[in-house]
Write a protein that binds this ligand. Structure first.
Ligand code: 9UX
Length: 72
């Protein structure tokens, strides 16, 4: 069972930023797929919620200097 969720990402100012963000998310265990949309400054993530949480994704993105926003 996977969840597909779109999160805003802050701090991406060039196309390379988008690639870095996407690579970091895809590298996490429990992530099935991740697609960054640079134009809308978002990332759509398909993940297995018993393995990885939005907070885990946020922490990994913060570690490379961006942020992922978890909305209610
Ligand atoms: Mo996007 Mo860069 O940073 O050094 S503005 S990768």
């Amino acid at each position: 069972e996977t969840v597909k969720q779109t999160f805003p990402v802050t701090g991406m100012t060039c196309a390379s930023c988008a690639i870095s963000t996407e690579s970091m998310i895809k590298a996490q265990a429990g992530v099935v797929d991740a697609i960054v949309n640079y134009a809308s400054q978002t990332v759509k993530v398909e993940y297995i919620p018993t393995i990885v949480t939005p907070q885990d994704l946020k922490s990994s993105i913060q570690s490379i200097g961006y942020d992922l926003i978890i909305e209610e």
